[in-house]
Design a protein around this ligand. Structure first.
Ligand code: G3I
Length: 339
């Protein structure tokens, strides 16, 4: 079986999201197929910094350390995911020490110390960070409001048009590790109003020297979006002089809003999936050759371990990746590996 990492080395890095446990259960594929890793959960605030305080005792570094060490040992690049997100962040971050809602200053102080702790621990080992994840709204307004960050530190006191917590997160990350490449990462930013909101945000941050890249997550399906849409989005973000990565790629076999289910993957859908993956990677190769795309990271590596088994329907099997539940290459693998 060919190695995707090797096949794609002239173009871009190929990565996968992992848990500490999958370094063991999926070592076969990880060691041969990818040259970049990201923690699917281990670096998120709730897991790495679950209890209040700043000393070592407040952090749980063991899982992230194991993943970072594995990447270093095998010469893989490591992405950092993620510093500031509205999910998987403990409630105490937004609560005042004396009770009630924390002040903006308190929240920003906690954010700064958290960012400092992670970026200094992993300096030289994690080369790029998703500093802010999913801050944009899916609805008519610009910014996501169902976020503790937005509620406590989302005012725009400096009048730059961006909630202050976002700019501060990038500033703190820059200060903490000037050599790290800093990313804004989000889903659904390949099209429509959300794409333009992400573009405007990235442009302002770029003008202030605070951002180096945009991560387009890529939680897509075998039905949409088409590769032309993806191409335009990559070109648009790249036109800002930023690195662009596909950071969380998987193609669900179910269309958006479809809650049907199957016991096994229907061969017809497996073929559609192969053709969709093939079309996307043709665009990825072309744009990577033009210097407009730097990496593609899958959100997992094989179909036996995917978050989509619990989203949007808990316990419904999905088959979104290139390797099947037995870790064998699917038709989608061959359409990505052969050209
Ligand atoms: O940590 C608890 C554990 O203590 C408990 O025993 C177990 C039982 O269910 O749950 C564990 O928490 C789970 C957590 O992952 C860590 O494993 C949560 O239930 C589960 O909901 C959570 O899901 C993660 C999700 O982010 C959280 O929203 C997925 O694994 C992860 O793939 C997903 O990743 C996100 C990206 O970070 C950002 N972009 C979207 C993407 C998909 O939602």
């Amino acid at each position: 079986m060919p190695s995707l990492a090797q096949r794609y080395a002239p173009f871009l890095r190929v990565g996968a999201a992992v848990e500490r446990s999958t370094l063991v259960t999926h070592a076969d594929l990880l060691l041969t197929q990818v040259n970049s890793l990201v923690c699917e959960n281990a670096m998120k605030w709730a897991l790495i910094h679950p209890v209040p305080g700043e000393g070592e005792a407040s952090y749980r570094f063991a899982d992230a350390d194991a993943i970072v060490d594995f990447a270093a040992e095998h010469g893989m690049r490591m992405r950092g995911h993620t510093l500031v997100w509205h999910q998987q962040v403990p409630e105490w971050v937004f609560r005042a020490s004396g009770g009630g809602m924390a002040s903006k200053a308190e929240v920003l102080g906690r954010m700064q110390r958290h960012i400092q702790a992670l970026l200094s621990r992993y300096r030289g080992m994690v080369s790029c960070w998703d500093v802010v994840n999913e801050a944009l709204s899916d609805g008519p307004q610009t910014w996501r409001a169902d976020s503790g960050w937005y509620r406590t530190a989302g005012s725009d006191d400096d009048g730059d048009g961006i909630p202050d917590y976002i700019v501060r997160a990038f500033q703190y990350a820059r200060e903490a590790d000037p050599s790290a490449r800093l990313f804004y990462n989000d889903y659904g930013i390949e099209a429509g109003a959300k794409r333009e909101r992400a573009y405007a945000l990235a442009k302002t941050l770029k003008e202030r020297g605070l951002i180096d890249g945009v991560g387009i997550q890529g939680h897509w399906s075998i039905h949409a979006p088409d590769e032309g849409v993806v191409r335009s989005a990559i070109e648009r973000f790249s036109s800002l002089g930023l690195a662009v990565e596909i950071t969380e790629l998987d193609l669900s076999v179910f269309g958006w809003g479809d809650i049907s289910s199957f016991d096994t993957l229907p061969p017809a859908l497996e073929r559609v999936q192969a053709s969709r993956y093939g079309a996307l990677f043709r665009v990825f190769r072309e744009l990577a050759e033009a210097g407009k795309l730097q990496a593609v990271t899958f959100w997992g590596i094989a179909d036996d371990q995917t978050w989509l088994d619990n989203f949007p329907v808990k316990g419904r099997k999905d088959w979104p990746l290139l390797f099947d539940v037995m870790h064998r290459p699917k038709p989608a693998f061959w359409s990505v590996a052969r050209w």
